[in-house]
Design a protein around this ligand. Sequence first.
Ligand code: SF4
Length: 375
Amino acid sequence: MLSSSSRIAGLSFRRTLATHASASSEHAAKITRHNWRRQEIKDIYNSPLMDLVFRATSIHRQHHDPQKIQLCTLMNIKTGGCSEDCSYCSQSSRYSTPTTASKLLEVDPVIEAARKAKENGSTRFCMGAAWRDLSGRKRGFERILEMVREVRGMGMEVCTTLGMLTPEQARKLKEAGLTAYNHNLDTSREFYPQVITTRSYDDRLETINAVRDAGISVCSGGILGLGETDADRIGLIWEVSCMPEHPESFPVNALVPIPGTPLENNEPVPHHTLVRTIATARIVLPTTIIRLAAGRNTLSEAEQVMCFMAGANAVFTGDQMLTTPCSPWDEDKALMGRWGLEGMSSFEQSSVARKEGERLAGTSSSQTVETGAKI
Ligand code: SF4
């Protein structure tokens, strides 16, 4: 057990870090660079790993509370039967995989799942639908808007991933209270055509632009283990660094090879490559939340913690992550407790809170903003 003096010392240390993180948020916006050269990112990526992690940790501590991890729960609200050909995905109708297609869920079970996620400490709830886009899905879209309103009404951050969006659809999602939209670039522009052929890199960027223009936070990252090279991982980070605003969230997924997909026999990405990618992203995208996403359950506790040290500060937690296994809440709570980590409150990231604007200012009187329980 800690003595009272060490507890006080610990508290004051934490306060210093937290104060530093919030005081530096305006400064951070000013120093965020959008003119990275690929070679600069390559030099960072190729630096000695211990140096790279140390530098990433230092930058992480300037812009984030290093003890905070955002806990998110991701639910599939419409599974399988997707017309796209993403070669890693179990939900594409082009491949014979163990995933069974189903229709869009009703509102009630989704709200029930969000409530359970909130009770377990998640402060962001993400809903994913397996389809190319929303065209011809007017009633389904109305149902999704209702889900967004309900989840946001619970004081949680709410995110969706629904394929390609038009500016008008993005605007409606924003009006319904959507906090963030996930649309990954997956990999570099050069390697992308070897992974997906049914929609282009520029199609993806167009959706991301529509989301940003609607005032919704952008969640866009990639997948490691697709067969890409270091140059492709560097290219992905470079691509998002050039955006007019850095994505508020950058997911780093490790491929979970699915039997029946073209990538079923891919080798797992080495842990040091995962750490190197996270650390580089942390340095180049200093204010972004780096999200340790699919494949986390294949990592040991020490490997996960190394990712947090390199700058990752969000995880998916719960029963399932789309169609791949996820780390359960209880295990995550225990792990975080052992390492002195705690859950982030909803809207704690200043750039996300800024986009929430007046809606967040009105929250205190009409709703409760979910506070991440210390676990
Ligand atoms: S990743 Fe999304 S768009 Fe691609 S096949 Fe899977 S569900 Fe469809």
